[in-house]
Ligand binder design. Structure first.
Ligand code: FAD
Length: 366
């Protein structure tokens, strides 16, 4: 087992796997990708790949590996708070892929490129010397590194951001032989969940995941599982009877923000949900994780080539994250505050092809 490297990536979700892949491609030296899980592993997630995710996957040369296994999406069934519904179509296309397979493809790509993959390695602490992180500690060893990329998701303990965390609560389950319109996502703006929503995301012609996402305040003292049960009864009562649940119900928080900050210890860079990079309106985080992974490695590469100093790295990276991602996070916040209120009207007007097209573009563009 290796115990020293140049770039150590903690967490092999989309953010970490892409960072490891990019670090190898950018010749950043020896790259290690460690994860507490054994791969392939399931990550509770809708697996929705937005046009933004697909664009990034294409730029990384990974879309050709994903596309044959992903389920294509070309329409959105929207149920507004007053129960009115509309199916929106348009030029925007997305896809859905189970995270068991999706993450495995990304991790495999990083390992095939030359990253050293170390599954079942839980990082318990950062190893610091003279005010700088020089590696990590797991239960049985220390691994030293010039740079530690922290990509261990929503529940990371290595983000130094002093602001209170903002979590969305979720619950999700997968169903086989469930009825849905082919190639169509379903979003339910149920009064119980506003300004967030419940969904059905088809993973194949006969399999879909169904879930809910709700703000902590809106959830209050209720249990997320009870809210999910009511949601299923209300929107899927008849359809569930014909289907078979695969696996159990999963609950997992989504860590989110509108104003991006990068508060990490010297020697570390935070990527993806470890840095709260998700869209508050949609819960989308895969694209932001991958893009921040790319930006983090670009930063490390610039430092090694003397273009940026290590002292400037955190500020410079924060500025780049803001430039690339923040407008979408702000748009998501505004949509939650004001846009959701307009949904009743939108579903009424959606017989107009222009409204239908604009709405689906706006939702996909966040
Ligand atoms: C229910 C739900 C539905 C969602 N649906 C969508 C969707 O449809 N589309 C979308 O774009 N986004 C969705 N998201 C958000 C998306 O899942 C995340 O934003 C995205 O996975 C973040 O990627 P990441 O690489 O930052 O972290 P993660 O994917 O969370 O990966 C983190 C990795 O770190 C590992 N890890 C954790 N702690 C340690 C440790 N101490 N040591 C070593 N390894 C560790 C974990 O095992 C994991 O593999 C959803 C989230 C939830 C909860």
């Amino acid at each position: 087992m290796r115990s020293t490297c140049d770039v150590l990536v903690v967490g092999a979700g989309p953010g970490g796997a892409v960072a490891a892949l990019q670090a190898v491609k950018s010749s950043c030296g020896t790259v290690m990708l460690v994860d507490k899980a054994k791969f392939p592993r399931f990550k509770p997630c809708g697996g929705g790949l937005s046009p933004r995710s697909i664009k990034t996957l294409k730029s990384l040369g990974l879309w050709s590996k994903i596309e044959p296994r992903a389920y294509p999406i070309s329409a959105l069934r929207l149920v507004s708070p007053n129960g009115r519904e509309a199916t929106l179509g348009g030029p925007v296309v997305g896809a859905v892929m189970n995270r068991y397979e999706f993450d495995q493809i990304l991790v495999r790509a990083a390992a095939d490129a030359g990253a050293i993959l170390e599954p079942e390695t839980k990082v318990d602490a950062l190893w610091e010397e003279n005010g700088r992180v020089v590696g990590v500690c797991s239960s049985d060893r220390r691994i030293s590194a010039k740079w530690v990329v922290i990509a261990n998701g929503a529940l990371t303990a290595f983000n130094e951001d002093p602001r209170p965390k903002k979590f969305l609560h979720t619950c999700l389950a997968r169903f086989e032989n469930i009825r849905f319109q082919a190639n169509t996502l379903e979003m339910f703006y149920d009064l119980d969940l506003l300004p967030h929503y419940g969904w059905l995301f088809p993973e194949s012609a006969s399999m879909a995941n169904i879930g809910i996402c709700i703000d902590a305040k809106q959830l209050g003292e209720r249990s997320i599982r009870n809210v999910f049960r009511s949601f299923l009864d209300c929107h899927f009562g008849d359809r569930l009877g014909e289907s078979r649940q695969i696996g159990r119900w999963y609950s997992h928080p989504i860590s989110t923000t509108t104003r991006i900050r990068h508060e990490s210890r010297p020697g570390t860079i935070l990527v993806g949900e470890a840095n709260r990079l998700t869209n508050v309106a949609t819960g989308e985080g895969i694209s932001y994780a991958m893009e921040s992974g790319i930006l983090a490695v670009r930063m490390i590469d610039e430092i090694s080539r003397g273009i940026t100093t290590a002292d400037q790295a955190s500020c410079a990276y924060q500025a780049r994250l803001r430039k690339s991602l923040e407008i979408n996070l702000i748009a998501g916040d505004l949509y939650c505050r004001f846009g959701v209120k307009a949904l009743n009207g939108v579903t009424r007007l959606c017989r107009s092809p222009i409204v239908s097209r604009l709405t689906s573009q706006a939702l996909a563009g966040m």
